[in-house]
Design a protein around this ligand. Sequence first.
Ligand code: PRX
Length: 650
Amino acid sequence: MWLPCRCTTKYVAASIRRGVSASFLHVLRRGRSSWNSAAFMPESAGFEGVSGRDALHDYSVSHSENFWAAVARQRLNWIRPFDAVQDCDLSQGRIKWFEGGKLNVSVNCLDRHVHTCPERVALIWERDERGSEVRYTYRELLEMTCRLGNLLRRHGVKKGDCVTIYMPTCPLAVASMLACARIGAAHNVVFAGFSSEALAERIRDAQSSTVITVNQGVRGGKITELKRTVDAAVQSCPTVRQVFVAMRTEKRVEMADRDIALEEEMLKEDVVCEPAAMDSEDVLFLLYTSGSTGKPKGLVHTQAGYLLYAALTHRYVFGYHDGDVFGCVADIGWITGHSYTVYGPLANGGTTVLFESTPVYPDPGRYWDMVERLRINQFYGAPTAIRLLIRYGDQWVKKYDRSSLTTLGSVGEPINTEAWEWYNRVVGEGRCPVVDTWWQTETGGICIAPKPSEPDAEIVPGMAMRPFFGIKPVLMDTEGKLLTSNNTSGALCMAQPWPGMARTIHNNHQRFLETYFHPYPGYFFTGDGAYRSQEGYYQITGRLDDVINVSGHRIGTAEIEDVVVSFTLFLYPYHICDAVCSDEAHLSDFILIISVTQFAKRLPKTRSGKIMRRVLRKVVDCDLEGLGDLSTLDDPAAVQEIIEGHEKVL
Ligand code: PRX
């Protein structure tokens, strides 16, 4: 592998409808300080009379063009300034930002920082082998990116082409993404845990002629034969002309005519690579995400709007400051890795951690050992991992010094109260705000999160709470009518466009319109349900297509999870009164749910840890013929277990 040459938050007990009483909750306070919009966000100095976070949010949605124009001018380096801030019409599914403007994303992520601080660390590669991390400065990452950009150009990759990247989270993968951006090619990163069929389907849909991969992957101490998977995939991909192969391990792999040794060839290239001047709305990347029908959707993100949104949310949701070390543990194969491991932190000149391992390798202390060793300030992970780690006990956390931490982030699914509490109390020692961030591949960046907020504003456990600047969430009822009151639930939609949103589905604009814009004309439909509290805070209740109907009750998966979790409280006499008094409705809900529950040892999950709900639905419908593509499943045996369990319930 290519190596560098030098080797009061006030947390209030508003646990809305959750069956956990106020007496369980701790109240944290932080010193009060005034919130001056202009000091907080320099570009807001021109927004007259705007003072405070809420006023700045109001301004960002009521004067959206002024807001985004000021931010875009200040935060991005433009080759040519934009002529129009936006040309969007949600009723038509038309989204265009900063047209007329030209820029290069890799210049914004690298060159401008190399001018001011070339020796600042850009990447810390936390390799699978604990304690063997490698640091890359901005200068080194730029050099690597330029060599790769030149190499791709020399091999005929042109502006407008799409390069598929099938690599684990590592510096060369980041440099590959940035090299594409440098020469104007789009990238299509495919999670390196996907099977050859899943990879082939994505290569074919993206019509890639170039693939970049590694000989072998190393994760959790296990070797995966990634090059072999690519070999199998390209058999059914006639468009593929060339496969660049980097060396993650020493193991030599068989090289066919189309295969090119990446590091060897990079060495022959110049360290200067002319950046392409890209239009704001040129494609930056495709990223495939599972659709409810089983055929993955290649969501398209473009240059300026995406980068700006990733950078701004990274800066303000996590309170990222120069010199901080940002630890997002998501794989680069997901949107979280794109926006908060790569683009957001690098656009902000930050130091970002590339986590190659798993939360339990070589033991369940891995995250916190890494936090201590790398002095991570903001840690960003998923509730699944948190729940897993809770089971191993607090000692694995407490063993390590976590005093560097200032913010803890959560993403990907609703975080149940128990997990939130543990994250806050045990990991963060009650002094780090927990930000439950809601967003999607489609949204490009975080849309709802407790931060930024006024310094003394409350954070409610398990709630994403506040829309980010420029975001205007609304709730809709089943008839498509806007729900205007608080303390209500409905379909979560967005009433205004924002720069980070996806522009289309590759090769299928019609599906894009039908999925996101036709259900509620004039709005972007997220596919999620949400509850808006009395105070106006949002809580995501889960995918709307997960909702099940039990004896006339509409129940989402998050609600079921919460009822089950809160009911375990009955096992402990100390908690029994609190649990019963807090919400009597829970008892009947629980009985209702328990009477139709099929217990399973495990659920069919994708390699990224998402439950394949489509499969469960088909099993419940007894439609085994319609199970669809199971190639992205982590362990297909789980499906067989569910089928057998269901036969017993029947
Ligand atoms: O259902 C929501 C859930 O994850 C979906 C988006 O998945 P994906 O495109 O893979 O992106 C995941 C990382 C951004 C959403 O539609 N989701 C994401 N974050 C949360 C969440 N559900 C509840 N709370 C969250 N914080």
